[in-house]
Design a binder for this molecule. Sequence first.
Ligand code: ZN
Length: 269
Amino acid sequence: MSSQRDRVEWQLHSWKEIDGLDRDESLLIIPTGAIEQHGPHLPVDTDIFNANAIALAIAKESRSPRTLVLPPIWWGTSPHHLGFPGTLSLRNETFFQIIRDVVSSLKPHGFYRFLIINGHGGNAGIITATVSQLSEDLGISIPAYSYWQSIRDTLVKVGESSIGGMGHACEMETSLALHLRPESVDLKALRSDIPDEKTPWSCIDFRQGGFLGIPLDLKRDSREGVIGDPMPATAAKGKTIFDAAVEVGSKVVSDLAKLSKAELITSRY
Ligand SMILES: [Zn+2]
């Protein structure tokens, strides 16, 4: 049987084990993602699978602080993918309420160190709004990031597709899938679909995002739900991308551990 320290999934612990955690030395990761169409070649759980896999690997690396991964929030806000079957989309308020209820369940037991690791671009806006509101409502400041933001240099280095090739069900996500669970990729269904950007300012690519956001509708803006180019994806690239995300995430976790409690609690609390 694995030792208690090897188990990083919150839900695998008893309440006694959880009660024994040092609140100042424990950091709880909330993985967020989506259940949404990912083209004809990837499963609909791609975003939450990746966020959870990265969070689990970071937690296993981390010794100080003790890092546990809360049950992943499977669903995200994906209205722009509802044109394809398979997508399960939450309303913004539902997403907010789920995160709020998770944190509200833990706060009375003294937990205050959290980190949201996000795997779905469509969640970015509501996550910013959520952590801002929770800082106001619960008095806890929760850091959050989307994993690709932390590894832009690596994506630029390994990417072979032209700009526009790393957006959705793309070179990055398909490479990660080929590394983490190759059986989930339907290689016969790979199709490149790099969109014509609507303006010169609105590029959708993890390596070079444009500053002008225009809400997407994948049914309108893609042929089969892909924005990017999965053709040059490889398992080796996926390993490089995954390892980079875990390495940076581990540094983030150890730096967050250096913040005092006073630095994470809203001043009025
Ligand atoms: Zn995705």
